[in-house]
Design a protein around this ligand. Sequence first.
Ligand SMILES: NC(=O)c1ccc[n+]([C@@H]2O[C@H](COP(=O)([O-])OP(=O)(O)OC[C@H]3O[C@@H](n4cnc5c(N)ncnc54)[C@H](OP(=O)(O)O)[C@@H]3O)[C@@H](O)[C@H]2O)c1
Length: 358
Amino acid sequence: MRVHGAAASIKVPTVSTSRSNAPVVAVVGSTGAVGQEFLNVLEQRDFPFSNLKLLASARSAGKTAEFKGKKYTIEELTESSFKGVDLGLFSAGGSISKKFAPIASAAGCTVVDNSSAFRMTDGVPLVVPEVNPEAVKGMKLGKGGIIANPNCSTIIMLVPVTPLHRAATVKRMIVSTYQAASGAGYAAMQELEQQTRDVLDGKPAQPKIFKQQYAFNLFSHNSDMYPNGYNQEEMKMVNETTKIWGKGVPICATCVRVPVMRAHAESINLTFEKPLSEKEAEEILRQAPGVSIINDRANNRFPTPLDASHKDDVYVGRIRADLSLDGQKEYGLALFVCGDQLRKGAALNAVQIAELLL
Ligand SMILES: NC(=O)c1ccc[n+]([C@@H]2O[C@H](COP(=O)([O-])OP(=O)(O)OC[C@H]3O[C@@H](n4cnc5c(N)ncnc54)[C@H](OP(=O)(O)O)[C@@H]3O)[C@@H](O)[C@H]2O)c1
């Protein structure tokens, strides 16, 4: 197992140290980019467990991985994998979740799913713990049920935007993303590295995962296009925000894949119903859970993907009034944010959801 440096901002939950009644945990997709991060997060947060199952495809079955100093053998995911399992952390893709999450739930395993399979399904909570923890009220580990983890770009946007929305009510949002390779899994990270080497060696870049050259380039997000001219990733940000906030807000999103290895960035423009100054917004964000500020105008120092990589918090900076609005009858702010989408955008958010159910 890859172990990354522990982030200073990691908050260790105050859960019982007794392991006798602790849940049996299964990580589905444990060899993947998110799956590996699940193991890091579970270890760093000292998540209680009485047994751990590492599940992946037949390709990985029999390989071993280490967790908390103990060796575990990776098992092939099958329909009988969930007997006696209380918590299933899923990150093996939408089709695997569609098939196996209901099977797991029927066996009494409570599923927290990282894919998009159930996000918009009625009755399935879509949760960012800092935003809508009440959505999982009444659910318990070991009692079945499926909870969906939102899309990584949605989570990274809503962690800082929700406290501002609570203060001044967002009435319109324009967001542009700069999304890292890690958001598309290990193979995409390898593709960026290989293409970068090849181009520097004077060889042609060979696109495999993405259709276009990735190294020294950027392109519109690789998810499917809809007839309305938006891609799937952009519409996820729109539709998931409506479900999480319980209220539709007009959002215009542009999602772009950039040649950054890890951590997404977003430029966010907000129009509010009520006035909110730069100073008030920064103060609100300083108090907000899951947010760190890097907003040093004097030194032109603001969040970068490297600042956010392997960290729990979403980093916010460039907090400034929107000069295109008059500030008298129309109020707006612009922000630049960076968040590690393998952690807060995926594994960390899912483990935080599970902690709500302990
Ligand atoms: N990457 C992100 O930032 C991110 C963020 C939010 C959500 N997600 C979602 O999380 C999921 C995984 O993403 P990832 O980036 O971790 O992808 P990845 O690096 O490609 O990993 C995929 C994982 O799924 C497993 N898998 C594939 N086919 C399987 C099968 N038939 N049975 C059991 N396991 C199977 C793989 O196991 P093998 O190694 O054995 O093939 C591997 O562990 C996707 O649904 C993705 O949309 C990703």
